[in-house]
Unconditional design. Structure first.
Length: 250
């Protein structure tokens, strides 16, 4: 299968003026797709946009993806990003990519095209951990639930892995791997720690840094351990901790 023959034959597909071997098509109002061949001509980089299509931004993403084809198509990388992306008037910092099986763009109607299509989208550095940190399920959840790649006007959605247990609410995570979560979940669980002895919240950011927070009944305050590996902890107020946690995710 030649991906260029397939894509150029989609109803309404037209060549993108700013990118060779690239096309745009819109199957419905507000839904726009654009794709470009990789540098080897055997793979496709595709951008999807829902009510946010911006041709200048999309072309910049496709050009950057093609220039970094080898890195984005590397074996074993479920989802990753290349730094240094810039587009005038935008704050995006990277181009993210998800391989077939993480995205499902053509899975049902064109499974052969699906196998050579990588989803690409603009993103922020804080959204992507080292690729080795993602299981298949993690990558799918991050791509679909947190990154919302079809929204080209979105702000950052920082990578966040959490573990917690609360003796009062009885809520918590199970198993050693934790879960991917939104910053709002981290904020909520930190706020619920006060006055809950034996409870904790542990989290990891995109850099791989881990932090552990507990309620210390003796101190009557929260404690923060910045290494989460048995190092020294320090007392901290809830408001200061929330500000610290937010900053540590960026």
């Amino acid at each position: 299968m030649n991906p260029s023959d397939v894509v150029s034959g989609f109803p309404g597909a037209v060549a993108l003026p700013g990118v060779p071997d690239a096309w745009h098509w819109s199957p419905a109002p507000g839904l726009d797709f654009a794709a470009a061949l990789s540098s080897d001509g055997e793979h496709l980089f595709q951008v999807n946009a829902r009510d946010t299509y911006d041709q200048e931004l999309v072309e910049a993403v496709l050009v950057a993806a093609r220039q970094n084809s080898a890195e984005l198509l590397a074996d074993g990388v479920l989802m990753g990003a290349v730094p240094g992306f810039r587009c005038p008037g935008r704050e995006f910092e990277v181009v993210g990519a998800a391989r077939p099986g993480i995205h499902r763009y053509h899975e049902v109607q064109l499974p052969e095209l699906q196998q050579v299509t990588w989803a690409v989208f603009p993103g922020y550095a804080c959204e992507f951990a080292d690729p080795v940190q993602y299981s298949v399920e993690d990558a799918r959840q991050s791509f679909l639930r947190f990154l919302t790649p079809a929204n080209l006007d979105r702000g950052p959605s920082p990578f966040l892995r959490m573990w917690w247990r609360n003796t009062v609410t009885k809520a918590g995570t199970e198993g050693p791997d934790g879960i991917l979560a939104a910053p709002t979940t981290l904020r909520r669980e930190i706020e619920l720690l006060e006055g809950a002895p034996g409870s904790f919240v542990q989290y990891q950011n995109f850099r791989g840094e881990r932090y552990r927070v507990e309620w210390d009944a003796g101190r009557g305050s929260l404690t923060l351990e910045e290494s989460a590996d048995g190092g020294e902890s320090r007392g901290i107020g809830t408001a200061d901790l929330l500000r610290f946690a937010e900053a540590s995710l960026r």
